[in-house]
Design a protein around this ligand. Structure first.
Ligand code: ADP
Length: 404
């Protein structure tokens, strides 16, 4: 089967065409600045009949997501650089949908009722869910009859018990407005924890796993016997560990304090917490990218040392708390951009965890981006580097739900 995986943002659309039988990526790309001047399609053919695997950038107007999807289809079926002969070869479409609220604890085939439910969750993800729906509508219009599947970022975390997902707020806010912790990156947490069990040659139902998805956005999850029992993001992706530009947990009173001191509105403070905080803010605006921060750290720059040290302590504290909430931990998995490629960050985090019996193998930990066990043979807790693959996970879900 050939599955088109789509991840729509408000002005962007990322895609991959995956052959689910071989799990090869046939082509991938990105439409940027949809609905804005200067929109462009970046397309990379990787398989099929395409001889050239270079990135092709086409600057062309895209007034909306329907135009973007139609340009993607044109690229995939192009005479010279396409990877399929016709649209008919696309058997199904898998969409990443950010918020499924409490309505979805698993992926679903999309119909009108599902679209309504995704719309109902838009209050919880005002930037993402409407964009995801636009992508779904665009695909329905251009590929009528092709089954479409929604894979939710929140679904994997729906197994969290009430005591883990409730906030210490008046209960009526949960009853009236569903204010609770939902968690995100669920597709990645699910993929990585399953892969961890495979690598260790163990049944996931016998394991206590902590997944540290450390990308630009970052979240951790506690996965006990294959089910998520806790995760660090909350009602929105702002909660939890310190991220690239997001603050993660703070004393909520800080919001009013900054608003009063700097004469800012709540929206302006929210913008600071989402876009100007995290390691970017901690480094005094130096960078949100750990490649820059690591380089600065190694040169002894105080800004970078402060950002990395504060970040690593926060992540280590979450891992410690999840070891407590699961009453033990068998494996810790690092994934996503920073987790997969950051030996310094992994080492610093693991140094805090020696009391749990974590022993890192420094030679293995020096590798970047490779799937491997990075703890020593006698480490009580296994530590792994597991590159995530959310697109493949979405393709697998799409096949599971649409294969007759
Ligand atoms: P997201 O999907 O949340 O945008 P990613 O998982 O792609 O983020 O992670 C992006 C981040 O990964 C970058 O901002 C950078 O900090 C980090 N990163 C990528 N490559 C490296 C590297 N070689 N060394 C250290 N950090 C890296």
């Amino acid at each position: 089967m050939k599955v088109l995986v789509i991840n729509c943002g408000s002005s962007s659309l990322k895609f991959q065409l995956i052959d689910s039988d071989t799990e090869d990526v046939l082509a991938k790309g990105l439409c940027e600045r949809i609905g804005i001047d200067g929109s462009q399609l970046v397309y990379t053919p990787l398989g099929g009949k395409a001889a050239n695997h270079d990135k092709i950038t086409t600057v062309t107007p895209m007034k909306d997501h329907t135009v973007a999807v139609s340009l993607v289809i044109d690229a995939l079926t192009d005479q010279d650089n396409g990877v399929i002969d016709s649209l008919k070869e696309i058997d199904a479409v898998g969409h990443r949908v950010v918020h499924g609220g409490e309505a979805f604890s698993t992926s679903v085939v999309i119909d009108e009722k599902v679209k309504d439910a995704i719309r109902d969750c838009s209050d919880l993800a005002p930037l993402h869910n409407p964009a995801n729906l636009i992508g779904i509508d665009a695909c329905e219009k251009l590929m009528p009859g092709v089954p479409q599947v929604a894979v939710f970022d929140t679904a994997f975390h729906q197994t969290m018990p009430e005591k883990a997902y409730l906030y210490g707020l008046p209960y009526e806010y949960y009853e009236k407005y569903r204010v609770r912790r939902y968690g995100f990156h669920g597709t990645s947490h699910s993929f990585v924890s399953a892969r961890c069990a495979e690598i260790l040659g163990k049944d996931i139902h016998d394991l206590k796993i902590i997944v540290a998805h450390l990308g630009n956005g970052a979240s951790l999850s506690a996965v006990k016997n294959g089910e998520c029992v806790d995760t660090s993001m909350g009602l929105t992706p702002l909660e939890g560990v310190i991220m690239g530009t997001r603050s993660g947990d703070i004393d909520p009173a800080i919001m009013q304090y900054i608003a009063d001191k700097d004469n800012k509105t709540l929206n302006e403070v929210m913008d600071i917490l989402n876009k100007k905080s995290g390691v970017l803010g901690l480094s005094g605006g130096f960078s949100s990218d750990f490649r820059d921060l690591e380089a600065g750290y190694n040169k002894g720059e105080a800004n970078c040392i402060r950002a990395i040290e504060t970040y690593c302590l926060r992540v280590a504290k979450y891992i410690g708390s999840y070891a407590a909430s699961m009453n033990g931990v068998d494996a810790i998995c690092f994934t996503a951009g920073v987790g997969e490629n950051g030996p310094m960050v992994r080492r610093k985090i693991c140094e805090y965890l020696e009391f749990l019996g974590v022993k890192l193998d420094s030679e293995a930990n020096s590798k970047r981006g490779e799937e491997m066990i990075i703890s020593t043979d006698d480490s009580k807790v296994k530590v792994l580097n597991v590159p995530t693959n959310e697109e493949l996970a979405i393709a697998r879900e799409t096949v599971r739900l649409t294969r007759g």
